[in-house]
Design a protein around this ligand. Structure first.
Ligand code: 6PG
Length: 492
C-alpha cells in the first residue's frame, strides 16, 4: 500500500468539523474526513472539500489507513456517549503512540476518565476546548488542548497553525494534564454566560429606564466597542440591535425572552460550589437564564406582584447615565474574570494541575467567543506575575475598578429604585464589597451555628484568653440549658 498522506483525521462533519477541516487544508495539511452517516462524507467531498487536500473516508478503517503515524484523530461529535462510542470503534485500528483528540464541549470529568483509560492502552488522549463558533473554526479558533502531554509535540504545529492569532501569537497553547483543557474551556463558557448576561442587563436598563430605542442602544454598543469594552460579544450585540425584520422593526424584540443553555455554564457554577470558590457572577448568569425560562409563571407574577413604575425623569443627564452604565459593565466584567481565574487557580491546586495563567488569557484573547481587548490586559497582568493571587491586585485592574466604582454603584442604585433586575451587576458589586471587607458578619453566623448545633467557633487572635484560647474549636453553652458536648467540625 502507498504511504498514507493524511496529517490529521477528523470525525464529525457537522458545522464545526467541516470548517476545521477546511481551515487545516488552507494551511497545507491533508485531512482525512469521516462521518457516521457516510453520505455526508460524499456530499462534503463533492462540494466544500472539492479540489482541496481532503480525503473522504467511508469507514473507520479507511480513515486510520490514510493517516501518517503517529495518527492524529480529532473527534468533533456530540459530547457524551458518542465520544466513547467512537473511541471504542477506533481502538482496534490504532497503535501505541497514536493520538485521539476530543474537540467537543465534553465535561472535564469525562475527559479525566478517558485520558486514564487510554493511557493504559498506550494511546495519547487530548481533550481540547475549541471556541469561536462556525467562523472561528473556519478562520482561526481559540484552541485549549490538555491531556497526554506526550501528544503535544505531535499536534503543536497543526494546532497553532490553524488557531487564531493575537498580535502574531497563536491563541493555542498546552493547558495542562488530564481534563485541564476541557476544564479551561468550561470556565471560558461560564465567563461567556457572565459577559452575555451583563450585556443584556445594560440593554434592559437603557431600554426600560432610559427609554432608548434599539437603534440608540445599538449606537451605544458601537461606541463602547471602540473603548475598554471592545469585544466580540459587544460587537455582535451592536449588530443584533441594528438588525430589522422584514417589517422594518428590530427582530430582537420579536424573540421569546426565554434563554436556553447546553450546560457548560451550569457545570462551571457547580464546580465553583464544589471547590468553595465564590464565582457568583457566573452562578447568577446561569440562574438568570433559569428565571427567564419561567416565562408563563412570570406573566402571572407580572399581574400580581407590584413594584415601582419607571419614573419618566429617572435620568437627569443622558450622557452621564450611559457613561455610568459603561463603567458598571466594565467593573462587573473585571469581577467576573477575577472570579474565573480564582476558580482556575483553585482547580490547579485541587486537581494538582500546573495551569499556565498567561497562556490561558492569551488563548482567550482571540478566536473565541469572549475575545476582547480586555484580555490583552489580563495576559499582561499574568505575564508580569504568573502567580498573581487575584486579578484585582494587579495595578491596572485596581485602578480600573477604582475609577469605575462610582458609576457602577449609581447604575445599580438607579436600576433598583426603578425596579429593573440587575443580577450580574449587583452580585459583582456585592462580591467586591465583600472581598474588600476585612471584617464580615460571619462571626455572628458562627455564633448561630454554635448556638443551635454546637458546631464550635474560633476566636480572633486579638481576643484570645484563657477561656477562649486561640486556634481551638470552642463551644459555649449559650443558654445554660444545652450540654457541653460539641459537634465534630469539618469543612465541606
Ligand atoms: C464557543 C461556545 C460554544 C457553546 C455555545 C452555546 O466557545 O464557541 O462557548 O462552545 O456551545 O456558546 O452554549 P449555550 O447553549 O450553553 O449557551
Amino acid at each position: 500500500m502507498a504511504q498514507p498522506k493524511g496529517d490529521m483525521g477528523l470525525i464529525g462533519l457537522a458545522v464545526m468539523g467541516q470548517n476545521l477541516i477546511l481551515n487545516a487544508a488552507d494551511h497545507g495539511y491533508t485531512v482525512v474526513a469521516f462521518n457516521r452517516t457516510v453520505s455526508k462524507v460524499d456530499h462534503f467531498m463533492e462540494n466544500e472539500a472539492k479540489g482541496k487536500s481532503i480525503i473522504g473516508a467511508h469507514s473507520i478503517q479507511e480513515l486510520v489507513d490514510n493517516l501518517k503515524r503517529p495518527r492524529r484523530i480529532v473527534l468533533l461529535v456530540k459530547a457524551g456517549a458518542a465520544v466513547d462510542a467512537f473511541i471504542e470503534q477506533l481502538l482496534p485500528y490504532l497503535e501505541k503512540g497514536d493520538i485521539i483528540i476530543d474537540g467537543g464541549n465534553s465535561h472535564y470529568p469525562d475527559t479525566n476518565r478517558r485520558y486514564e483509560e487510554l493511557k493504559g492502552k498506550g494511546i495519547y488522549f487530548v481533550g481540547s476546548g475549541v471556541s469561536g463558533g462556525e467562523e472561528g473554526a473556519r478562520y482561526g479558533p481559540s484552541l485549549m488542548p490538555g491531556g497526554a502531554e506526550e501528544a503535544w509535540p505531535h499536534i503543536k504545529e497543526i494546532f497553532q497553525a490553524i488557531s487564531a492569532k493575537s498580535d502574531g501569537e497563536p491563541c493555542c497553547d498546552w493547558v495542562g494534564p488530564a481534563g485541564a483543557g476541557h476544564y479551561v474551556k468550561m470556565v471560558h463558557n461560564g465567563i461567556e454566560y457572565g459577559d452575555m448576561q451583563l450585556i443584556t442587563e445594560a440593554y434592559d436598563i437603557m431600554k426600560r429606564v432610559g427609554g432608548f430605542s434599539d437603534k440608540e442602544i445599538g449606537d451605544v454598543f458601537a461606541k463602547w466597542n471602540t473603548g475598554v469594552l471592545d469585544s466580540f460579544l459587544v460587537e455582535i450585540t451592536r449588530d443584533i440591535l441594528r438588525y430589522d425584520d422584514k417589517d422594518g422593526t428590530p427582530l430582537v424584540e420579536k424573540i421569546m425572552d426565554s434563554a436556553g443553555q447546553k450546560g457548560t455554564g451550569k457545570w462551571t457554577a457547580i464546580n465553583a460550589l464544589d471547590l468553595g470558590m465564590p464565582v457568583t457572577l457566573i452562578g447568577e448568569a446561569v440562574f438568570a437564564r433559569c428565571l427567564s425560562s419561567l416565562k408563563s409563571e412570570r406573566i402571572r407574577a407580572a399581574s400580581i406582584l407590584p413594584g415601582p413604575e419607571v419614573s419618566k425623569d429617572a435620568i437627569k443627564d443622558k450622557q452621564q447615565f450611559v457613561d455610568d452604565l459603561e463603567q458598571a459593565l466594565y467593573a462587573s466584567k473585571i469581577i467576573s474574570y477575577a472570579q474565573g481565574f480564582m476558580l482556575i487557580r483553585e482547580a490547579g491546586k485541587t486537581y494538582n494541575w500546573k495551569l499556565n495563567n498567561p497562556a490561558i488569557a492569551l488563548m482567550w484573547r482571540g478566536g473565541c467567543i469572549i475575545r476582547s481587548v480586555f484580555l490583552a490586559e489580563i495576559t499582561k497582568a499574568y505575564r508580569e506575575n504568573p502567580e498573581l493571587e487575584n486579578l484585582l491586585f494587579n495595578k491596572f485592574f485596581t485602578d480600573a475598578i477604582t475609577k469605575a466604582q462610582s458609576g457602577w454603584r449609581k447604575t445599580i442604585a438607579l436600576a433598583s429604585t426603578q425596579g429593573i433586575p440587575t443580577p450580574a451587576f449587583s452580585t459583582a458589586l456585592s462580591f467586591y464589597d465583600g472581598y474588600r471587607s476585612e471584617r464580615l458578619p460571619a462571626n455572628l453566623l458562627q455564633a448561630q451555628r454554635d448556638y443551635f448545633g454546637a458546631h464550635t467557633f474560633r476566636v480572633l487572635p486579638e481576643c484570645a484568653s484563657e477561656d477562649l484560647p486561640e486556634g481551638q474549636d470552642i463551644h459555649v453553652n449559650w443558654t445554660g440549658r444545652g450540654g457541653n458536648i460539641s459537634a465534630s467540625t469539618y469543612q465541606a
